[in-house]
Design a protein around this ligand. Structure first.
Ligand code: HEM
Length: 400
């Protein structure tokens, strides 16, 4: 993965919390948002795909195939508000990958760098996503247009190992597997080893198992009767790891179709602008107290730059973890002692909160302002007493 200027693990956690909480478990439908934003791609002219986040605009927004997906886009909007430097296009695509992982599936190769369009000028025409009522030829028409082959079509169809159909959204009903919140190869084992017959009901033609609890779409059962598709169903049913490997490759490609080169899964790590990467590294070294590494790149990096997602500079990072030598070095470089992060905390707030007496003294001696209050209205003396750091409280009192 390219080295973005924000903490991808923290972003992952935000996404997971937005999708899985006491009100919802939206892993499968988040995958569907991502795949529907990607699956409009046409390799003949490069139109469609995740770049642009065009599903926010008409006509894509109202494509019948995207029924109900706005709910997840709104759930993810909270993440976007916290990470405005990450595009919505990236957040939707990444959310699908994160969901696959936290449901037990493989890690998907992923790079950031998609952009959000300002309007719907690049919106693809509706009707590019697959119609579940059709068969093998239709699957080939839709997925070959995107640059996929038979093996990749089968691997991607395995996405139906999670989630379920909802009559109000698609006219189909029910889950594909017994554990629709777990990403495994049971879609293929069930597809292969169950007797699927047309369900007797007044809805769309779909297939049901003997207990009438599971379902398959016409496009799912088409994988069984087609000579080009079936061998892959058999391979994936026989070996989950093979499915995971081939699904991850196909899904990573799907998410990057139509995107610039630096977003492609095989793009070099660190393909984001060189300077941004160095500044990020500098803060990382500060966080780990690696003074040797800090000194090595200080000449080339903007040592003062604050992380966009948190407003924290290298001094915040060193002080937080109590790295004495790194703090002293950064003070010497002239970092802003009173810079406040997005929570209003200065480096001194961090040092005091976590009981780092010597680092607190270094900052105070260098002239850090102990009167500054953070967004919670607390100056460092209040934090020292709240956390019971009497020694630090005395050091602060001696300075103010
Ligand atoms: C092969 C052609 C495909 C067709 C015809 C198709 C069709 C459908 C339909 C009709 C639904 C039910 C929607 C609803 O009623 O809520 C659905 C759900 C779903 N699809 Fe597909 N799909 C296809 C490919 C894919 C791919 C490539 C993926 C991802 C790799 C995927 C992932 C999902 C997921 C996770 C759900 C469940 C959503 C939920 O639980 O709300 N599908 N699909």
């Amino acid at each position: 993965m390219a080295n973005p200027s924000f903490n991808t693990q923290a972003l992952k956690t935000e996404i997971r919390n937005a999708l899985v909480n006491n009100k919802a478990f939206a892993g499968p439908i988040a995958m569907r948002v991502a795949w529907h934003s990607a699956g409009t791609f046409d390799k003949s002219d490069g139109s469609g795909g995740t770049d642009g986040a065009t599903m926010r605009f008409e006509p894509e927004k109202s494509d019948d195939a995207n029924n109900g997906l706005h709910i997840v886009r709104h759930m993810l909007h909270e993440v976007y508000e916290k990470y405005p430097q990450v595009s919505q296009a990236d957040i939707w695509a990444y959310a699908g990958c994160v969901a696959i992982e936290f449901m037990g599936g493989p890690e998907i190769p992923f790079n950031f760098g998609r952009k959000d369009d300002d309007d719907g000028a690049r919106c693809p025409a509706n009707g590019r996503l697959p119609d579940a009522a059709q068969g093998a030829q239709h699957l080939r028409d839709v997925f070959y247009r995107q640059g996929f082959n038979d093996q990749e079509i089968v691997a991607l169809s395995g996405g139906h190992t999670v989630g379920r159909a909802h009559q109000v959204r698609s006219g189909f009903d029910g889950p594909w597997t017994h554990n629709p919140l777990t990403f495994d190869n049971s879609y293929f084992t069930l597809l292969l080893n169950t007797e699927w017959t047309p369900r007797k009901w007044d809805g769309n033609l779909q297939y049901t198992d003997p207990t009438d609890t599971l379902m398959m779409l016409p496009t799912d059962v088409a994988l069984l009767s087609d000579d080009g598709f079936r061998p892959h169903v058999e391979r994936y049913a026989a070996d989950q790891q093979v499915f995971f490997d081939e699904f991850a490759a196909a899904y990573g490609k799907l998410m990057a179709n139509g995107c610039p080169a630096h977003v492609q899964p095989n793009a070099e790590a660190g393909s984001c602008p060189h300077a941004e990467k160095l500044n990020h590294e500098f803060r990382e070294y500060a966080m780990h107290g690696s003074v040797h590494a800090l000194k090595k790149i200080a000449d080339q990096a903007d040592v003062h730059e604050a992380e966009k997602s948190s407003g924290r500079n290298a001094l915040h990072k060193a002080a937080f973890w109590g790295h004495k030598e790194a703090t002293q070095y950064l003070i010497g470089l002239g970092l802003d002692l009173n810079a406040q992060d997005n929570d209003g905390d200065t480096a001194l707030h961090d040092a005091v909160r976590y009981g780092h007496l010597e680092v607190s003294e270094m900052l105070l001696n260098a002239g850090a302002d102990a009167q500054i209050t953070n967004n919670a209205g607390e100056a460092v003396s209040a934090i020292a007493s709240r956390y019971g750091h009497g020694d630090i409280a005395r050091a602060i009192a001696a300075k103010v």
